[in-house]
Ligand binder design. Structure first.
Ligand code: GTP
Ligand code: MG
Length: 309
């Protein structure tokens, strides 16, 4: 399938000499590929990715600027209702607030994998005229034959204004998606400088890169018990010195995160340092400590203090 399935596409763009600019929410249940898609659309890694559900915890804007349009994608945490707790409530709140505040909504579902979580989100979608169904990970499908029936069942329940199957990994159909989005963006002057990639400061992205390595390299529940705080950031002409602290919830988490002889933590720090150096385009000295802060994820007040919304 190479063409988008247009249910009710707007007329061809007669205002192409005018400038489009607006906010586009990227929403979906956990793990459907929202952050991978956001990064692929803007061509930079502003949002971290892992094979675990609920990797993204914040609203993160990724900005793409073209001569006649500025796309401000808003990556969001995966919406879920299975687990309670202050952190999950906060993450879901980010999704509902984002939905109410954007010009276009990309509802991302994984090709061939419809679940009750998708069904719940479908019921929360706003105005169909500004909502696009994005079917992700089409490269992972064994056969494309099932895609049409998968999509038919979804569009029977909600009148999406367009349907675009994509592969963010293989860069498939992202240009088609951008063109569908652009037609739905309001006419506005750009809000960001042309070279801006995100609304988040580099310190935030650096802390996220460290958290990503924890999500990728440490098993089980531990990643969910961790958050990363940048404690020092010293810019020197030749390099940047960074000290970061990983907060864990219990004393027993510490040795698991460190690994035998500190081996886990060495690998986490080394992979993160490499990636932060690429981001800053300068050598980086990175030290990572581990501290216990009991119940940091279960109190609204400590979440806010740690930079969660
Ligand atoms: N085959 C394939 N895998 C993908 C694609 N996009 C994402 N993935 C994989 O899907 C998993 C989840 O990707 P994320 O981008 O972190 O998903 P997410 O929706 O942001 O997840 P949360 O933030 O946890 O809600 C990772 O293992 C990705 O590598 C794709 O286009 N093709
Ligand atoms: Mg994500």
């Amino acid at each position: 399938m190479t063409e988008p399935i247009n249910v009710d596409s707007p007329k061809s763009d007669s205002s192409s000499t005018l400038h489009h600019c607006g906010y586009i929410a990227v929403i979906g249940r956990p793990n459907v590929g929202k952050s991978t898609l956001t990064n692929a659309l803007i061509g930079a890694k502003v949002s971290i990715v892992s094979r675990r559900a609920q990797t993204t915890r914040h609203r993160i804007q990724g900005v793409l600027t073209q001569p006649d349009a500025q796309f401000i994608f808003v990556d969001t945490p995966g919406f879920q209702t299975r687990h309670g707790g202050a952190m999950n409530k906060m993450m879901n709140r980010v999704v509902t607030q984002t939905l109410a505040a954007v010009d276009v909504v990309l509802f991302v579902v994984e090709a061939g994998k419809w679940s009750p979580g998708d069904q719940q989100l479908l019921a929360m979608l706003p105005d169909p005229a500004r909502t696009i169904l994005v079917v992700s990970k089409i490269d992972a499908l064994k056969t494309r034959n099932d895609l049409f029936s998968f999509v038919s069942k979804i569009v029977a329940q909600y009148p999406f204004s367009a349907v675009v199957p994509v592969s963010a990994d293989k860069n498939k159909q992202l240009d088609v998606l951008l063109s569908e989005v652009k037609q739905r963006l309001p006419l506005n002057e750009p809000l960001f400088e042309a070279d801006t990639l995100t609304d988040r400061p580099v310190r935030f992205i650096a802390a996220e890169y460290i958290r990503e390595k924890i999500f990728r390299l440490v098993g089980d529940e531990l990643p969910y018990a961790c958050t990363v705080v940048i404690e020092e950031w010293e810019e020197q002409p030749q390099r940047v010195n960074i000290a970061a602290c990983v907060l864990v919830e219990r004393e027993s988490h510490k040795p698991i995160l460190l690994g035998a002889g500190g081996s886990h933590m060495k690998r986490i720090a080394s992979e993160a340092r490499h990636e932060i150096a690429q981001l800053l385009d300068r050598p980086v000295h990175l030290e990572v400590y581990v501290k216990v802060r009991k119940g940091w994820a279960n109190r609204e007040s400590s979440l806010r203090e740690l930079g969660y919304e």
